[in-house]
Design a protein around this ligand. Structure first.
Ligand code: AMP
Length: 542
């Protein structure tokens, strides 16, 4: 027997309609690329998103077409989040920190039709504009007064002119909730980046989950400042959850240094924030050096990389800001776990609590997880056994965009590439990483790309790139190189060889020459052995 409830598709446009109707006066504050602070309300957001939906239709964007963005966290980006997905097209957020060659590859792969960008990224857009194959229109996200006087970008349109030219009347279409809504590329463990293609249904369900009290704990009484970029996994879903709960939003634009963030937190009375540890390091250093305190900040979500206990201690004990250590990944929309206490933990001593908070936390409802051994057998949840972490749930990918890389699932579970323990209370802790990527300041560096460049040097026989610990960036690339017999090569020569071939921040921090690199049974380099060998390695930059 079927239940007799309404069938209403879970659509992203309904989040905006709800926010407009029930929280129309709620404010959205943005520090703009133009240098000033912009303020408006959810009511304004909704009206402008509808105008932009009309503009996109005029530009020929149809259901399912991809619209790319290269933009910071700000109200215009937010308008695109709703205008694009709400009208049935797919918002493709692009990471501007990638090398221009990668941006071209990603735009072509996604077959973007339009690219909207913040003025900061004009040089990048100029570098790619004549190379990308499918983009018909480029839109500078600014007003007429700030449009570049001359530019090498063909068909350059002005965002504000598009908005002004269109009516605010637009009926958000109703369609299947499984329709694709947004696309975000992640660095593939092997080969090219792969796209995670989210749906309306997965996005709305994820929003419910992240807003819960034991997750990011968002409400209409909060003022949320997402530091985590809207170009990386949709700022962890906050632009959607904020509409769902009617929270005030504060966007930092490109100003992500400690001083700028602190001033914005204080001036705008921010209560909740979210970002990677590197960002918080900058913020804490500024607050500490200037003897400051947080007036309104209550919680901050820290994830993307492990949150060091010293950081949790500083936030909580010195500044009375609760740390919510969280874990997730692009393939998971991203939220998987958050470390919040259970009732029985409330009586814990400070040190014990810090040790618990070093864990990545408990699964939010909707995410099922388990750890398995090398043969795929499930391991006990005893906090000791460690194995590869597998996940499943309605906001976890079933396949990559265009089926790239084949079926990623193992018996219906997505292998995360993280190695973890899970304790009897369900708290998961990452102990290692099976995947070979390097995470620097919350951004991925592909070890394979670096190895391929190194190996192209005539003096190099074999090269492995692994993550070495770094106090500021968490991890930085360390290149382990075996030279060809009799070949002469210095570290400096090899590092110079990388110039121009990758984004500069991808350049390895150090090179170590070794006599041999350990190989496994199938002839693959055993990077886990190298990681073990170099686990205490001190980089010259550290
Ligand atoms: P991304 O797809 O860029 O969001 O990166 C996801 C990956 O980042 C995960 O698979 C982990 O390897 C790593 N990660 C995310 N959050 C944490 C965390 N709290 N602690 C340790 N690693 C994390």
């Amino acid at each position: 027997m079927l239940g007799s409830m309404m069938q209403q598709p879970l659509l992203i446009s309904t989040l905006l309609t709800h926010a407009e109707r029930h929280h129309g006066e709620q404010e959205i504050v943005s520090r703009r690329v133009e240098g000033d602070v912009h303020r408006y309300t959810y009511r304004d957001l909704a009206a402008r998103a509808r105008k932009m939906a009309n503009a996109l239709a005029m530009l020929g964007i149809e259901h399912g077409d991809r619209v790319g963005t290269l933009a910071w966290n700000g109200y215009r980006h937010m308008e695109l989040y709703y205008a694009v997905s709400g009208s049935g097209a797919v918002l493709h957020t692009i990471n501007p920190r990638l090398h221009p060659d990668q941006v071209v590859w990603i735009c072509d792969h996604a077959e973007d039709q339009v690219l909207c960008f913040d003025l900061t990224f004009l040089p990048l857009v100029e570098a790619i504009a004549t190379r990308v194959k499918t983009i018909k229109h480029f839109v500078a996200m600014t007003d007429r007064a700030h449009m570049p006087a001359s530019s090498k970008v063909p068909n350059l349109l002005c965002f504000e002119e598009l908005i002004e030219a269109h009516r605010a009347e637009f009926d958000w279409p109703i369609f299947d909730e499984n329709t694709a809504s947004s696309l975000c590329y992640t660095s593939g463990t092997t080969g090219n980046p792969k796209g995670a293609l989210y749906s309306h249904r997965s996005t709305v369900l994820h929003s419910y989950a992240i807003a819960l009290p034991d997750a990011m704990n968002c409400s209409a009484r909060d003022s949320i400042l997402p530091v985590v970029p809207m170009f990386h996994v949709n700022a962890w879903g906050l632009p959607y959850a904020a509409c769902m709960v009617g929270a005030r939003l504060v966007f930092p634009g490109p100003w992500l240094d400690g001083k700028s963030l602190y001033e914005l937190f204080e001036h705008e009375r921010v209560t909740v924030s979210a970002g990677v540890p590197t960002v918080w390091q900058g913020l804490l250093a500024h607050v500490e050096a200037n003897g400051l305190a947080f007036g309104t900040m209550r919680r901050t979500v820290i994830g993307g990389s492990a949150c060091p206990p010293a950081m949790t201690r500083a936030f909580q004990e010195r500044y009375d800001v609760q740390v919510l250590h969280a874990w997730g990944m692009t393939e998971m929309s991203p939220l998987g776990t958050v470390c919040t206490l259970k009732h029985k933990h409330l009586a814990m001593g400070a040190e014990e609590r810090l040790a618990l908070q070093a864990k990545q936390g408990r699964a939010v409802y909707g995410v099922d997880m388990k750890i398995v051994d090398a043969e795929g057998r499930e391991l006990p949840r005893d906090g000791k056994a460690s194995g590869e972490l597998l996940v499943r749930g309605p906001w976890i990918i079933a396949s990559y965009f265009n089926g790239e890389g084949g079926d990623p699932l193992v018996d219906g579970w997505f292998p995360t590439g993280d190695v973890a323990t899970i304790d009897a209370d369900g708290y998961m802790q990452i102990t290692d990483r099976a995947k070979d990527l390097i995470k620097s300041g919350g951004e991925w560096i592909g070890s394979i790309d670096l190895e391929n460049i190194a190996i192209a040097h005539p003096a190099v026989a074999m090269a492995a790139c692994i993550a070495a610990k770094h106090p500021k960036w968490d991890e930085r690339p360390l290149l382990v190189v075996m030279k060809k017999p009799g070949a002469e090569l210095s570290k400096e020569e090899l590092l110079k060889f990388f110039e121009g071939k990758i984004a500069r921040w991808w350049t390895p921090d150090d090179v170590v020459f070794v006599d041999s690199i350990p190989l496994g049974a199938t002839g693959k380099m055993q990077k886990n052995k190298l990681r073990e060998m170099f686990k205490d390695y001190r980089l010259p930059t550290a």
